[in-house]
Design a protein around this ligand. Sequence first.
Ligand code: AP5
Length: 214
Amino acid sequence: MYLILFGAPGVGKGTQAKLISAKYDIPQISTGDMLRAAVKDQTDLGKKAVKIMSRGELVPDDLILDLIRERFSQPDCDHGFILDGFPRTLAQAEGLDELVAEMNLPELRCIEIQVPDEKVIERLVNRRLCDNCGADYNMITNPPPADMKCTICGGNIYQRKDDNEETISNRLEVYTRQTAPVKEHYQKKGQFFSVDGQMPVEKVQEAIQAILNN
Ligand code: AP5
């Protein structure tokens, strides 16, 4: 299966990608996670990306396309993948088309998850994550323990630097300006579907499964 999960920051792309990845045993390819790993490891890419990400802007297309090309060449991508947070610009979508043609992959399906901005802001300002296993906490719906140690692995629970109100609102603006036009690219191919991301996680997953089963 070759799938793109599309949508604004915080709509639940990562949450749903992990469930599909476990079910079909194909990798979740999150450009955001790959960039955060590069920042942590202080690679050349990480050094270029760190300030851009903290402002909520987009990392240049050529750097992202190099990252994706390298990732697709790894053996775990042989039977499919789920793209999470990529493509985010028309240039990235066109670069992806070229890679798909070059690698002789089937046409990608693109599923958009839709959530209103005010809900997204509430989700993201309250999100907390484990720095070791990535477990997801939420100050309102699933608060972390007082010692801020992960209940699964004991790792430290932290807040993403870009999960503050100012950066979130810039991420949403960048999405509207630069990423939303990508939707039309996949609509024209007849491979675009939408689900309501305001439902509980399991219901959103069921809606995605219904599209995948067709
Ligand atoms: P990235 O890491 O991709 O962040 P994002 O797109 O802003 O998305 P998030 O990870 O914040 O949200 P999500 O949709 O995955 O939601 P999640 O499942 O976590 O990108 C970060 C930065 O990296 C960018 O700003 C940019 O600088 C750079 N970058 C990345 N890719 C790039 C690219 N291709 N080109 C250029 N630059 C790039 O859920 C969010 C919260 O909601 C969680 O707490 C979760 O538990 C909760 N939640 C999920 N589903 C539900 C539900 N159904 N009901 C209630 N709560 C829910």
